[in-house]
Design a protein around this ligand. Structure first.
Ligand SMILES: Nc1ncnc2c1ncn2[C@@H]1O[C@H](COP(=O)(O)OP(=O)(O)OP(=O)(O)O)[C@@H](O)[C@H]1O
Length: 359
């Protein structure tokens, strides 16, 4: 593999700036006109605006695009559009080079988890909304490029996909998807969704297993797929190696695997996460927690303090790979906030596979 160092964007540089006009409250273009256009012009960054027209537009375009024209691909939307771009790049025959194109994120959605994470890594105090946009615009103009982890995700009958942020099942996935109908409220949609779901808290049954970061695993062989090779995962329908830990409980309220710090602008879910630590930060909450205690956890998460609340139902561990087999026939699993096929799922982290413009 060619080594592409972290470092500084070369100048002059030419960016493709993809804007989803429907993201968040539907104001991404206005935000671009009011804040970003001038910042980029003042920083001398040439950019071509591409307004996405529909779902999968960006994915299809990036799968075919001539990348030699672009020094960076910048996404102004929520996390969903970046998910499309990354998967488009990794579907290319030249994926190895394509995924090293520096990516950038400007928050235009309602979740904006990656934007909040890079703002957090820059050491600045927490901000939301337009202040977060201005901060990310500033970081983009500085143009420092870092490596970012990528997680490959296997589902039973869908093609393998790639994730840069999170894998969720149970409470968090349900809130994320059920709150879509409140998206015109912006980030507040998650608060509304959380309160609605707390009022009828569910138990989710399944089997969860993981490979600890400390383990030196025997190599497993999934069949060779185009794209990065997964060395830790056996085929999804085959038993796991002995060095995997199977969680004794089978009744959960949530499972959340995070690879960046923020789950949303104001939810610091994985305070220890860094951009390329090569770690999946795995959280699960056992059944039996009261709605009040769960609400307390989410309130503490706003400051990243949920791990210090001594909640007996919350478990946190650092892993390299995981497998989840839900028992109930219906449910929601999300990858980077997007719904994926429901059923068995497994994932493995690829350290620093992509590059992101950060502070
Ligand atoms: N012009 C468009 N019209 C409708 N959907 C679009 C358009 N452009 C992109 N999309 C799709 O909209 C979906 C949501 O985008 P995204 O996640 O970026 O924004 P969001 O949902 O507002 O933000 P967040 O994930 O932070 O809540 C993505 O699946 C994307 O493909």
């Amino acid at each position: 593999m060619t080594f592409y160092p972290a470092g500084q964007m070369s100048r002059p540089c030419q960016m493709m700036l993809l804007v989803n006009p429907q993201s968040g409250k539907g104001q991404a273009l206005t935000l671009y006109n009011n804040h970003i256009q001038r910042m980029l012009n003042e920083a001398g960054i040439k950019h071509t605006l591409v307004i996405t027209e529909r779902q999968n537009h960006a994915r299809e375009m990036l799968k075919e695009a001539d990348l030699s024209q672009w020094d960076a691909l910048v996404i102004m939307s929520g996390d969903g559009l970046l998910y499309e771009v990354i998967n488009g790049l990794l579907e290319r025959p030249d994926w190895e080079e394509a995924i090293r194109t520096p990516l950038g994120i400007l928050p235009g959605g309602s979740g904006n988890a990656l934007a909040a994470s890079i703002h957090h890594y820059s050491g600045a105090s927490p901000v939301t909304s337009e202040e977060l946009l201005v901060s990310c615009g500033f970081l983009l103009c500085k143009g420092l490029v870092s490596h970012m982890d990528m997680v490959s995700v296997h589902l039973s009958s869908s093609p393998r996909l790639f994730s840069f942020l999170s894998l969720a099942w149970g409470f968090v996935a349900d809130v994320d998807i059920e709150s879509e109908k409140y998206r015109h409220f912006g980030a507040v949609r998650f608060t509304i969704g959380t309160l609605v779901r707390l009022a009828s808290l569910r138990v989710y049954k399944g089997r969860l297993a993981y490979l600890r970061v400390e383990s030196t695993p025997s190599r497993s062989a999934t069949k060779a797929l185009p794209g990065p090779h997964d060395s830790l995962l056996p085929p999804l329908d085959q038993p796991l190696p002995d060095d995997w830990v199977v969680v004794p409980e089978e009744d959960f309220v949530l499972m959340l695997a995070m690879y960046q710090s923020h789950l949303a602008e104001d939810l610091l879910a994985a305070p220890e996460a860094t951009l390329d630590d090569g770690v999946i930060h795995l959280f699960y909450v056992r059944a039996g927690i009261s709605p009040t205690a769960l609400l307390r956890l989410f309130l503490a998460m706003e400051k990243g303090a949920h791990l210090t609340t001594n909640c007996q139902h919350l478990v946190y561990t650092k892993v390299r790979a995981l497998r989840l087999e839900p028992y109930s026939p219906k449910g929601i699993i999300t990858v980077d906030g997007e719904v994926v096929e429901y059923g068995p799922v497994q994932a493995e982290v690829h350290r620093g596979l992509s590059r992101l413009i950060t502070g």
